[in-house]
Design a protein around this ligand. Structure first.
Ligand code: CMC
Length: 423
């Protein structure tokens, strides 16, 4: 017989089944909410599982991350971003023929409707590229109304391909607009990552050919960022999708969530923090400020990882490869000192705060001459693969319902309207 949990409140009691999976969970739907005022209260969903999922596995205590059962370290070493996208979406690694077909399919859909170029051009020159990307992605629904046919598997798959194919183009254009450069169109001869780099950095005169070490580092960063189970942006994607929304509208919401400094915006915040600290000898004072609650150590801490984030380990290694090409980012010295002090300090040790994925990625992006506003965009492009896989799993899951939490109301009741002259 499987375990259960009995909850008693006054004369109400309920037997809640416990389901076993990667975590043990009580099925709160079984609480008889209609008979008595009993529900759960969990701001920030700290202890709430909202779905079953077979895409990404995390063991935060052990520092383990797997996509469809494959360890992130192996994927980062041997795979490509498009292969990982296939794995996330379809559940299995592709054969050579399947991968060739998939690459070709995605690569033929990189071009974006010219009207998208027009409205990216219409934004103010100083608009944040992430805000432009969010609007561009959400607008894709207007070009592909078939995306609303959630019960049509062909339409679902086609629109996922379009989104994964086109997001690098829209991201690159959002950036080029910020620096007042002409838009570069996709180049069929280049792979997914190299084509993205070319659309970002190609000048009019020369054909852009990235250094293979830079390409590989970007490919690795893309793989590491491709999915991370039910994080804030994925939850936003699933929540919007649960109302019956297409992959573009749902991913637009995901980009909005990722924009936040506590989520994808943290890598931008890390660079800002390192610059403000300014030199290695100021690290001690900064750490004191963090411990006094004046500020946070950005790029540290994670809701799930209570150990070194496995992605941060891989990225830290990639920094060495990239710095061979670009020269060492002088902020690295400050970052290493921060990490050293924080990993030994009682405040961080007690709270189990370790470097997360954003701690070192910004240093690489800056060495590659990306401006800080682009860092979150560089997170959104690969994360789109994960959002699409999570969106698909959500909209095809018979267990799912429109996501609608309850509240505990604490305001006034039954007040009589007061006329203006009596207030
Ligand atoms: N610096 C200093 N103290 C921290 C930090 C930090 N970066 N993170 C957490 N704490 C403290 C926090 O003050 C609290 O202390 P106390 O128990 O004394 O009140 C304790 O640790 C628990 O923190 P929390 O805010 O309850 O933890 P959370 O799970 O709600 O927050 C987090 C997770 C990632 C939002 C948080 O650690 C944070 O703000 N980190 C900095 C921002 C950052 O690097 N974000 C990127 C996350 S990884 C990429 C992604 O998923 O987007």
């Amino acid at each position: 017989m499987s375990d259960s949990l009995t909850i008693t409140a006054g004369s109400n009691s309920a037997e809640l089944p416990i389901t076993e999976g990667s975590i043990r969970a009580t099925d709160l739907r079984a609480i008889p909410t209609h008979d008595g005022p009993l529900t759960s209260f969990d701001p920030g969903f700290v202890n709430t599982a909202a779905c079953h999922s077979s895409i990404t596995y995390i063991d935060g205590d052990a520092g383990i991350l797997e996509y469809r059962g494959y360890p992130i370290e192996q994927l980062a070493q041997h795979s490509t971003h498009l292969e990982v996208a296939y794995l996330l979406l379809k559940g299995e690694l592709p054969t050579a023929d399947q991968l060739a077909e998939w690459d070709k399919l995605v690569n033929t859909h990189r071009f974006v409707h010219e009207n998208v170029a027009s409205f990216i051009r219409a934004y103010r020159h100083d608009a944040h590229p992430m805000a432009k990307l969010m609007a561009a992605v959400a607008s894709m629904q207007t070009f592909y109304p078939s995306s609303r046919r959630l019960d049509d598997p062909g339409a679902r798959d086609m629109n996922i391909v379009r989104l994964i194919a086109k997001i690098p183009t829209m991201a690159a254009w959002s950036y080029r607009h910020s620096i007042g450069r002409h838009f570069v169109y996709p180049n069929d001869e280049l792979g997914y990552v190299d084509n993205f780099l070319a659309m970002l950095f190609q000048s009019q005169q020369r054909v852009y050919r990235p250094d293979p070490r830079v390409s590989r580092a970007m490919e690795t960063l893309f793989i590491l960022h491709a999915d991370h189970e039910q994080n804030c942006s994925t939850n936003a994607v699933r929540s919007v999708a649960s109302a019956g929304n297409d992959v573009y509208t749902s991913s637009g919401a995901g980009i909005g969530a990722l924009f936040g400094p506590l989520h994808g915006g943290a890598n931008e915040a890390v660079l800002k923090m390192l610059r403000e600290i300014g030199s290695k000898d100021k690290v001690g004072d900064f750490i004191d400020g963090v411990k006094n609650g004046r500020t946070r150590l950005m790029g540290f801490g994670h809701r799930v990882y209570k150990n070194y984030d496995p992605r941060a380990k891989v990225i830290k290694k990639s920094t060495e490869e990239v710095f061979e090409v670009t020269g060492v980012n002088p902020l690295l010295e400050i970052a290493l000192e921060l990490e050293k002090i924080a990993l030994e300090d009682e405040y961080f040790v007690k709270r189990r705060l370790y470097p997360n994925v954003d701690f070192y990625s910004g240093l690489i992006y800056e060495a590659l001459r990306f401006p800080p506003e682009m860092f979150t965009v560089l997170f959104a492009v690969p994360r789109t693969a994960g959002w699409c896989a999570q969106w698909l799993e959500g909209v095809t899951d018979p267990e799912q319902k429109i996501m609608r939490p309850k509240q505990i109301y604490t305001g006034h009741r039954e007040r009589s309207f007061v006329p203006m002259d009596e207030r």
